[in-house]
Write a protein that binds this ligand. Structure first.
Ligand SMILES: [Zn+2]
Length: 274
């Protein structure tokens, strides 16, 4: 694994690689896992480890069915038509197992830094993104150097504006994917008496200028209960739903479900201060 543009999570100084550790000039050192990522979670945060093995497996298996491939293709098309730069550096904060990261970085032929809080996600990402710079770290304290990145991705991940403004170059781009109002509506209608539509967050973000907005919506034919349960486990509803309803869902052999996404492209606004 190459190490570039990573910062010490304790003192923010650049990290260099020495054999199987990363170290800053102040001597703070961090282990490089044999699974191909460096652990930059601050010591107190090591207990908060994000998505667990079961969630990661469910997401990987669902993504591998191809139901989100249309989103991935639209996202890749959107980023690559907007941002043609040679030797670009891409930051994926909340990269998960790298399903989108891989497609975008292949299309742009760019180097990647992926950050996720879950070590299980990073183990998957290191397989998809062979040789990429991957770090276990907090999205609210990204362990990356300032003003190094041409493009940053935020795909269904928590968003901390200040972290992106710090990491991106002055002319950097941010690409964000958020759920549209109809996303997974039929799944919610199966589970709840009064399902509600999603309320997309306001598109304007202070410090960024919105360049484009694209809605991608299509029907997914979920034709096995295994795929349905894997999709369910990727959602926040899984944790809010009582066992009786979970059991009811586990009896449903197939379901047509709407996928609805909004792809947003931004550039850093001039004069934005972090
Ligand atoms: Zn340090």
């Amino acid at each position: 694994m190459d190490i570039y543009c990573l910062a010490c999570p304790i003192c923010n100084k650049p990290l260099d690689k020495f054999s199987n550790v990363c170290m800053c000039e102040a001597g703070h050192s961090f282990d490089i896992s044999k699974h191909g990522y460096v652990n930059l979670l601050p010591p107190m945060k090591k207990s908060s480890h994000g998505d667990n093995k079961e969630m990661i497996r469910a997401r990987r298996d669902f993504l591998d069915t191809g139901h989100y491939q249309k989103l991935r293709a639209a996202l890749t098309q959107s980023v690559s038509s907007d941002c043609k730069r040679s030797h670009a550096l891409l930051l994926d904060a909340g990269c998960g197992e790298g399903y989108y990261t891989k497609a975008v970085s292949d299309a742009l032929c760019c180097k990647v830094v992926g950050v996720d809080i879950s070590k299980y996600a990073l183990i998957g990402a290191s397989k998809r993104l062979n040789g990429a710079c991957l770090a276990a770290g907090s999205i609210y304290h990204l362990p990356v150097l300032a003003k190094k990145f041409d493009i940053a991705l935020n795909i269904f991940a928590p968003f901390d504006k200040a972290q992106y403004l710090r990491a991106l170059k002055d002319d950097g781009r941010l690409c964000m994917v958020i759920p549209g109002e109809d996303h997974l509506f039929e799944l919610k209608a199966t589970l709840y008496k009064n399902p509600y539509k999603n309320k997309p967050a306001p598109f304007e973000i202070e410090g960024f200028k919105l360049l484009s907005k694209e809605r991608v919506t299509y029907e997914m034919d979920i034709n096995s209960n295994q795929d349905l349960m894997n999709l369910f486990k990727m959602t926040p509803y899984y944790y809010r739903t009582d066992p009786e309803k979970k059991n009811m869902l586990s009896q449903i052999p197939s379901l047509k479900i709407t996928a609805d996404f909004i792809i947003l492209q931004y550039t850093v606004a001039q004069n934005s201060q972090t």
